[in-house]
Each structure stands twice: as structure tokens, then as C-alpha cells.
Write a protein that binds this ligand. Structure first.
Ligand code: 9MG
Length: 277
């Protein structure tokens, strides 16, 4: 039995995707402007996501936003571990650690995290071995380049094929390293070294990734592709984020990584009502 499926992660047909809430414990996160940097406020935000119906919480201590400050591994660990420990003590919602650093993976899982979300697909030295030793599910994401430069003219011959080939190769490496296939999730990495056309093609053809045989995670919430689609930066990116989440669900996503948990849960209820007719 896939442990992720125990968490309620499934296709729309079998109950709807899991909603993964984003909890950035950084002063320079994508959208919260450092609002939740304070440990206590991060814990409260995590608990509010639980109230709102979150299926798992993704905690990160280093921003992947272009230009974000780099932090040491010890700083990353000291940001995330108290939040993980507090949430594990106060809720039964599984915690995922958003990191590429093996030492952070070990510290976070020791503190109670039960999944690793790596935007570098376990390519950093020691990451694959650390994840295999920790025996927790992993999310392997595609990124072209590195955060600081990835949006400077990203190029592909065929974005869907290239992303799928990369993810398939990383799944094979993970399995070879001892991570069971049932513990692997893949993610095309919307906005990570992709222009608007690349992102739209990946979303439209998301089902192509299902051929790899593991669940697909989609992270579209509040991303700058919304600004490119609309032609302006709206005061509120939630409406567009919900539209993108529903499209990803209809195209086969099993996990949605989102900021706005309650709104996403409600939007999914509407979609499920139609499916259950
Ligand atoms: C950490 N992080 C930021 N955006 C992300 C996305 O789209 N997917 C995953 N897996 N992680 C992300």
C-alpha cells in the first residue's frame, strides 16, 4: 500500500487530491513576505491550515525564490525543527520537509517530518542516500538551472518530453538507491526554469507524467505565471490559483501544493460534487 495513499492522496475518481499546505519559515518567502518567520506564528499558521482541512503541511526554511538569501544548513535546521516538533505534537497531519540538503532532511525527519520534498530531485551530494536511509516518501521535482538564473530564457525542444524523461530517470535512481516506488511522487516544477508557454503546456499535458507510474504533485499557487496569463499582477492571486488547482486536478494531479487551504478544499468539493453525480 502506498503510504501517500494512506494520507488520502488520490485521483479525483477515488476521493480527490491531497491538499498540501505551504508553510515557509523564512523571512523572504514567495508570498507571505516573512509574515510567518517567527516560530510561534508559523506554528499558529500550521494549525490554522489543519483547521481548514489540509492533508499534509510542507515546511521550508530556505526560499527557492530567485534572488533569495542563501542560508546555512544550521540556520535552515534551526528554522524548521521547532515548527515541525510543535506541529507533530499538536496534530496528526503529516509534515513534509522542503529541502535539498541531506543534513536538513535528517534533522527534519528526526523532529517528526514524514516526507521529503526536494526541488532538486535528490541530486545534491548525499541527498539520495539520506532519503533512502530515512525511509520516508519523497517528492522529486524538475527544475532547469538554479533559482537565481532559472528564469533567464529557459529553453526546451519539447518541454513535456524533457521533463518526463528527467523525472523518469530520477525515479529510477531513487528506486536503485532503495526508495520504494510506492514512496515516490513526481512534480513538473511549474515556474522552475519555465516560461509561460512551458508552464501551460505542462499543465495541459500533465496526464503524460502519469505514465511514469507514480502520483503527480502540482505547485501552482500564487506563482508568477498568473501575472503573465492576466497581463497584470492582481491584488489577489487566489482566484487564478484556484482555477489552476482545478485544472491540475482534472488533468490527474494527486497532490496540490497551495497557500490557500480552505479555498482549495472548497473548490475541490465543488468539483467532486459534479464527479459524484
Ligand atoms: C518548494 N516549492 C516551491 N514551489 C514548489 C513546487 O511547485 N513544487 C514543489 N514540490 N515544491 C515547491
Amino acid at each position: 500500500m502506498n503510504r501517500l495513499f494512506n494520507w488520502g492522496c488520490a485521483s479525483l475518481e477515488s476521493g480527490g487530491p491531497a491538499v498540501m499546505g505551504i508553510l515557509n519559515v523564512t523571512p523572504d518567502s514567495f508570498s507571505d513576505g516573512g509574515q510567518f518567520f517567527d516560530t510561534q506564528r508559523a506554528i499558529e499558521h500550521g494549525l490554522s491550515m489543519v483547521e481548514a482541512g489540509v492533508s499534509l503541511i510542507d515546511i521550508g526554511g530556505e526560499s527557492t525564490r530567485p534572488g533569495a538569501d542563501k542560508v546555512s544548513q544550521s540556520e535552515e535546521i534551526s528554522r524548521v525543527t521547532p515548527v515541525i516538533e510543535a506541529l507533530v505534537a499538536q496534530t496528526s497531519v503529516p509534515i513534509s520537509i522542503d529541502t535539498s540538503n541531506p543534513e536538513v532532511m535528517v534533522a527534519a525527519v528526526t523532529a517528526g517530518a514524514s516526507m521529503i520534498n526536494d526541488v532538486r530531485a535528490l541530486q545534491r551530494h548525499g541527498a539520495l542516500e539520506a532519503a533512502a536511509d530515512l525511509k520516508v516518501p519523497v517528492c522529486l521535482m524538475h527544475m532547469q538551472g538554479e533559482p537565481d538564473t532559472m528564469q533567464v530564457d529557459p529553453r526546451y525542444n519539447d518541454v513535456v518530453t524533457e521533463v518526463a524523461d528527467f523525472l523518469k530517470a530520477r525515479v529510477d535512481c531513487a528506486v536503485d538507491a532503495g526508495i520504494p516506488l510506492q514512496d515516490i511522487v513526481i512534480d513538473p516544477g511549474f515556474g522552475f526554469g519555465k516560461n509561460l508557454e512551458h508552464n501551460l503546456r505542462l499543465l495541459d499535458e500533465l496526464a503524460a507524467l502519469l505514465q511514469i507510474g507514480v502520483p503527480v504533485l502540482a505547485g501552482l499557487s500564487r506563482k508568477s505565471m498568473i501575472v503573465k496569463i492576466l497581463g497584470y499582477d492582481p491584488q489577489d492571486r487566489r482566484p487564478s490559483s484556484l482555477a489552476l488547482a482545478l485544472i491540475a486536478t482534472q488533468n490527474g494531479a494527486s497532490i496540490l501544493r497551495v497557500h490557500d487551504v480552505r479555498e482549495t478544499v472548497e473548490a475541490l468539493s465543488v468539483l467532486k460534487a459534479i464527479r459524484n453525480l
